[in-house]
Design a protein. Structure first.
Length: 388
């Protein structure tokens, strides 16, 4: 009937409408304050419904599509291909391509089976705000939307959005546009197995990563990151997943001597007692007591003082990254609430370098979310220490 419904998936909660009804899809953009240049993903229950929404060019492209979908659906993978004429242009941001996905959540699957139409759905939050991973997050951001139904399926199990890949078989590749809940290692394995079994007709299909430079020569966010043009996939804008309180990635830097120079002080956090810290695996444990409140994505409990004991959640880097992804958006929202309640000036997120040897890992996907939550902005936590 053209109404909106918020529903859980394994990644985040989505704000859904009939994906074949342009006027219904426009209500999504209106409710979120979402620009029309940011496309929506069409959610479907299975591969059969997806094939009705895309126009695949040749047997190889169809084989790659079916291999990826067959191995990763239902699950956190969205596949971009040329859109069929059935898909309204508002869904695709006026491009010729559409992303399709089959979510792995029983409530989402029940909704899709009952709807009997593809459901267009971005995340169920205010545009640019922290993504919602429980029904309470949706109600806080969109509770004012007239006629909105919120289906409560509990907290999301993956916690970050789906990986988005685009088929570019003419150039022998599948391109990762957005890193997410399906890893590069998983995708490479699927493509390698398909090639080994001759599914691609002898074509060697490689996995590549779309990596525009979002950082300028001086290390600051690149102003030229063009968020005003039609986006290839959701979640690619520089400022995204952002709390309402100014947010920065930070690294500790020691300045030896009685005083730091003016140059050293530029870009420093300032008084950390007026900031909330989100640490990652106690990277900044030495400095946590300086902040008004501390959260840690890889430690069990948030705490307001450094004396509180904490133990790691997971014993391996991969498991720690998986748990941090599950908690990242809830933690960003908690940090936002604490900062607003205590009039803190900043939210500071401990920066970290993802392992470059594992392209498309959950660790990289996590860093991508935190980088965009901070709009690519970085500060130094300047620690002055006397000589000797």
């Amino acid at each position: 009937n053209g109404y909106l419904v918020a529903f859980p998936t394994e990644t985040v909660y989505g704000l859904g409408a009939n994906g074949l009804d342009a006027s219904a899809v426009l209500k999504i953009f209106e409710a979120k304050g979402r620009p029309l240049n940011d496309p929506c993903i069409l959610h479907i229950p299975s591969i059969a419904e997806a094939l009705e929404l895309v126009e695949l060019e040749g047997s190889t492209e169809r084989a790659v599509f079916e291999r990826l979908a067959g191995a990763c659906w239902p699950g956190p993978l969205s596949i971009v291909a040329r859109a069929s004429a059935r898909v309204p242009r508002v869904v695709t941001a006026q491009t010729d391509f559409v992303a399709v996905r089959s979510p792995a959540h029983p409530v989402a699957q029940t909704l899709l089976q009952a709807a009997r139409v593809p459901v267009a759905a971005p995340s169920a939050n205010r545009f640019g705000h922290v993504s919602p991973t429980c029904a309470e997050h949706v109600a806080k951001d969109l509770g004012h939307v007239d006629g909105l139904r919120i289906l409560d399926g509990g907290p999301c199990g993956v916690g970050i959005e789906s990986t988005v890949v685009k088929l570019d078989i003419a150039n022998g590749r599948v391109v990762v546009l957005r890193k997410g809940g399906t890893t590069g290692e998983q995708l490479e394995r699927v493509l390698a197995e398909g090639a080994a079994e001759g599914a691609f007709g002898g074509t060697n299909v490689r996995l590549e990563f779309y990596s525009p430079s979002l950082v300028g020569d001086a290390g600051s966010p690149r102003e030229a990151a063009d968020d005003s043009s039609a986006q290839q996939a959701p979640g690619m804008m520089l400022k995204h997943y952002a709390p309402s309180v100014p947010t920065f990635l930070i690294s500790a830097r020691v300045a030896e001597g009685e005083q730091a120079s003016t140059e050293e002080a530029v870009g420093a956090v300032g008084d950390p007692s007026q900031a909330v810290l989100i640490d990652m695996g106690s990277r900044l444990s030495e400095y946590q007591a300086l902040f008004s409140h501390t959260f840690d994505l890889a430690v069990g409990e948030a705490r307001g003082d450094a004396a509180a004991t904490a133990s790691p959640i997971s014993s391996t880097p991969a498991a720690a990254a998986e748990e941090a992804c599950r908690r990242v958006f809830a933690t960003l929202r908690e940090a936002e609430a604490v900062a607003e309640a205590t009039c803190a000036r900043l939210i500071c997120i401990a920066d970290f370098a993802a392992n470059a040897a594992t392209r498309g890992s959950l660790e990289e996907a996590l860093h991508d979310r935190l980088f965009r939550a901070a709009s690519g902005q970085r500060l130094d936590l300047l620690v002055r220490r006397p000589l000797g």
